[in-house]
Design a protein around this ligand. Structure first.
Ligand code: NAD
Length: 477
């Protein structure tokens, strides 16, 4: 594929190509994808800037139709595009298909939101004057996305951006270009002004930097690592660009003595190892009170024995490969760090040689760790988790909150009062009760606290805060 950038309504090539390699079978190159250069980013921003007022002035029905059509196409094609996603990212088939279907739901949800845009009217404090408060579009939105949800994540940003009348310049991650092109193709098929949604592929240090430092970008929405987030906040401060960011986490799953053991184990295994642990909502610390600790560890070990690691497209596979060689190396590094720090490896952690050459590893479970260990402070982003023993509920809660991050947390308990207390005192943006730390809905806000998030919330009606700006009008008739 030579023409994988979409600029001003046209597919164009870039200055060089990069291969898209299947992590389940590194002999397979899915396709070659071209990299845009900085001049092409400028072209995309100018095109977006020209298209945006046309789109903002189009009728709401037009916007509704476009968003519904994109959403329906994604849902209709979730099997085909889900398989493509699995091939380049390593998710299992149900995860890949589910992600594409979910991406469609973001568009159909925001199609409905298009028709729900309302303002406020009130009397002025001055007699005979009326005050109107309305939301207007922001302009050109820079959308920068990671590889771990290559279809759903850009969808939950692009759908509200265009629903509220904005234009988009999107930079997807280089590890998952095929899913990005597939989504862009569906958007490009719609009745949109040329240049309204642009996609530029490339590295963060070139294409990404060109977006975040441009004065033509009015708002930046980013999801990715904390280090990149800090750089983006810095660049946004220079131009005073509106910015919203979702970053890493170290999500705690708290299991209390009175927990239902099966629920606790299934939440832990699902939350820690779903999507090969490559989720910002993964349960990377499992904090278990001492009365149930040993029983829980044994039940979790048994449950992990049944997990099948394999080729993403094999129906028997529960855990696909990690995304690339760099991520595998990082996981194996943290495995050694955990051992050196004195945590005990109960099972897993081996790199696996399977039928095809890929980045496979057995999910790993550490115990006897403490919250200060690097394996419990750093976001690892792989199938590794650690059980931490707590004396009781109060200590478990304190440990759960003792982290620089704050995206999601979960408590497994039969006690209503403990669940209520946890809900109020957990310092995360999303709290789950008797559910895994991962797995969120598409119609309600999503985001974290502390170093996990910056700026206003994504998703649901709360997204309007970022994708619109408020205008207050005073009218004297
Ligand atoms: P990353 O920060 O390396 O890259 C994310 C995106 O930023 C990529 O498109 C990358 O090219 C771009 N980028 C890198 N440097 C840039 C720069 N200087 N300027 C502009 N853009 C730049 O993250 P990743 O490895 O792709 O993704 C994994 C991370 O994403 C994890 O930390 C994970 O927790 C996080 N994540 C968070 C959420 C959430 O909602 N909180 C969801 C998914 C992933």
């Amino acid at each position: 594929m030579q023409t994988s950038n979409y600029i001003n309504g046209k597919w164009v090539s870039g200055d060089r190509n990069i291969p898209d390699v299947n992590p389940s079978d590194t002999r397979e190159v899915i396709a070659e994808f071209s990299q845009a250069d900085e001049a092409q980013v400028e072209e995309a921003i100018s095109a977006a800037s020209a298209a945006q007022p046309i789109w903002a002035g189009s009728g709401l029905e037009q916007r509704y139709n476009v968003l519904m059509s994109i959403g329906t196409a994604l849902m209709d094609r979730s099997t085909e595009l889900g398989e493509l996603l699995c091939r380049e990212e390593g998710k299992t088939l149900p995860e890949g298909k589910g992600e594409v279907y979910r991406a469609g739901q973001f568009f159909t949800y925001y199609a409905a939101e298009v028709l729900r845009q309302m303002g406020d009217i009130c009397d002025s404090v001055r007699p005979g004057v009326e005050v109107q408060v309305a939301r207007e579009s922001v302009g050109v939105i820079g959308v920068i996305t990671p590889w771990n949800f290559p279809t759903a994540l850009p969808s939950w940003k692009i759908a509200p951006a265009i629903a509220y009348g904005n234009a988009v310049v999107w930079k997807p991650a280089n590890l998952t270009p095929a899913s990005a092109v597939a989504l862009m193709e569906i958007i490009a098929d719609q009745d949109l002004p040329g240049g309204l949604v642009n996609m530029v592929m490339g590295a963060g240090r070139s294409v990404g930097e060109a977006i975040i430092t441009s004065k033509g970008i009015h708002a930046i929405t980013f999801t990715g690592s904390l280090a990149t987030g800090r750089r983006i906040a810095e660049a946004a401060a220079v131009n005073l660009t509106k910015v919203q960011m979702e970053m890493g986490s170290k999500n705690p799953l708290v299991v209390l003595d009175d927990a239902d053991l099966d629920t606790a184990v299934s939440c832990a295994v699902n939350g820690a190892f779903g999507s090969t642990g490559q989720k910002c909502t993964a349960s990377s610390r499992i904090i278990v009170t001492k009365g149930i600790h040993d029983q829980f560890v044994e039940a979790m070990r048994k449950s992990m024995e049944k997990l099948v690691v394999g080729h993403a497209l094999d129906e028997k596979t529960n855990i696909g490969p990690v995304v690339d060689a760099g991520q595998l190396e990082q996981n194996l590094h943290y495995l050694e760090v955990g051992k050196q720090e004195g945590a005990e490896l109960v099972c897993g952690g081996e790199q696996l040689e399977l039928g095809s050459p890929g980045y496979y590893m057995n999910p790993a479970l550490f115990i006897n760790g403490n919250n200060a260990m690097q394996i419990n402070t750093d976001e690892i982003f792989g199938p590794l988790t650690c059980v931490l023993k707590a004396e009781g509920y109060e200590e478990a809660l304190a440990m759960a909150n003792d982290t620089e991050f704050g995206l999601t947390s979960s408590v497994i308990t039969r006690s209503l009062s403990k669940a209520e207390h946890f809900k109020k005192h957990s310092k995360t943006g999303c709290v789950m009760i008797n559910l895994p730390t991962s797995g969120t809905d598409y119609h309600v806000p999503f985001g974290g606290r502390k170093n996990s998030s910056y700026g206003s919330r994504e998703q649901g009606q709360y997204a309007a805060e970022f994708y619109t700006q408020v205008k207050t009008v005073y009218v004297k008739a």
